[in-house]
Design a protein around this ligand. Structure first.
Ligand SMILES: *Cc1c(COP(=O)(O)O)cnc(C)c1O
Length: 375
């Protein structure tokens, strides 16, 4: 049974994504940023995020969570700009647009930046990461993207974390599109700063990002921020000292929707259950698309269940915009491609989306490309 919907179409995009009606309804409440009711919600979110990110209860007190207004990029920028000392140097592992964005941010902030730059379809070279860290002892921080949403590739966050920890550096992990949908933890990845946002796998609506941090590391970053509004330490101190207060106006409606989304994640059975649903969505999608003649961009071995890139089909008359519009008219919004060297489009399999929806999507795609073939 396909779930009854009350929106104009399903978003098969990795954020904003399709949310439940109950998450959207949570935005009907009004809150004052100064009121204890609201601050309690913020505190419960911070506690839940730490619980989601920490595997072993004994480590709960060594981690903390900070919420930061804006889209996910603002949270990335707040970490990069707030935790690296003036004489620090960051190594960015870049195999896609989100990795490249981290370099852009750090360079613009005047931080010494080097990259291990690889093809978008190429998995991070672990030997090279290790070599670079051994040879250049001035590298203080390493940043990598877990699920590179550009392609859908799942990068080896755990293996890189092992190297970074062994060689005594600080690890910033952009787990934006994976946290909540793929089981990872502060322990398994070794991340000192793990970044995600409200509108990805937790299935909230857009408006803020969050950082789960190693408490001792964050405590040591006082005064390092290169921006006032994105000062991670300052925002954290305010939340800690004032029981869930933000420094400036916070997206109250979005925050309440996020609290509801966290409850729904729990009700679904937690991250493992959600991961299984995304895996099943993605498996159905790829099987169906392959049977229609589409080819995936990424090797199956590195493919995430979050989003999948498909090559344009080798069909006469195929035009992405027409394809997009035809699908949208049939109730599904997909994503254009983002890789530099291939014509692709992307389909997300996260959000309040189920296997039945994917099968329905495949029917519509068959209808559209079948029409193309017959011309
Ligand atoms: C979504 C996303 C971001 C943040 O993008 P915004 O548009 O700023 O929300 C960063 N990194 C990755 C890997 C993402 O998927």
């Amino acid at each position: 049974m396909v779930k009854e919907r009350d929106t104009q179409y399903l978003l098969l995009t990795p954020g904003p994504l399709t949310t439940t009606r109950t998450v959207r309804e949570a935005m009907m409440q009004e809150y004052s940023t100064w009121d204890v009711d609201y601050n309690d919600i913020v505190e419960s979110i911070r506690t839940s995020l730490v619980r989601l990110a920490v595997r072993d209860d004994v480590n709960l007190s060594s981690c903390t969570a900070v919420l930061m207004p804006g889209s996910g990029t603002f949270a990335v920028e707040s970490v990069v700009g707030s935790v690296i000392p003036p004489d620090g140097k960051i190594l960015v592992l870049n195999n896609g647009a989100y990795g490249a964005r981290i370099s852009t941010i750090s360079r613009m902030l005047g931080i010494e930046t080097i990259e291990l730059s690889q093809l978008e379809t190429e998995l991070t070279n672990l030997n090279q990461v290790e070599q670079m860290l051994i040879e250049d002892t001035t590298i203080s921080h390493i940043a990598m993207v877990h699920c590179e949403t550009t392609t859908g590739m799942l990068n080896p966050a755990e293996a890189v974390g092992e190297i970074v920890r062994r060689l005594g550096r600080i690890y910033i992990l952009d787990a934006m599109s994976s946290f909540g949908g793929i089981p990872i933890s502060m322990e398994s990845t070794g991340a000192h700063y793990l970044i995600s946002s409200a509108n990805k796998c937790v299935q909230g609506v857009p408006g803020f990002g969050f950082v789960i941090a190693d408490r001792a590391e964050l405590e040591a970053t006082k005064g390092l921020a290169r921006s006032h509004s994105l000062d991670l330490y300052d925002q954290w101190r305010e939340m800690e000292a004032k029981g869930g207060k933000w420094r400036f106006t916070s997206p109250t409606h979005v925050v309440n929707a996020f609290a509801c989304a966290l409850d729904e994640l729990d009700a679904e059975g937690g991250v493992q259950a959600r991961h299984n649903r995304y895996l099943s969505n993605q498996k159905s999608l790829v099987e169906g698309m392959r049977s229609l003649g589409f080819k995936t961009l990424i090797n199956d071995e590195f493919q995430s269940p979050i989003i999948t890139s498909f090559h344009y089909p080798d069909l006469e008359g195929f035009d992405f915009q027409n394809f997009y519009d035809a699908l949208k008219g049939r109730g599904f919004v997909i994503y254009p491609g983002k890789v530099s060297n291939a014509n692709c489009f992307r389909i997300g399999t996260i959000g309040d989306v189920y296997k039945e929806d994917v099968l329905e999507l495949l029917n519509k795609i068959e209808e559209i490309v079948g029409g193309l073939k017959e011309r």
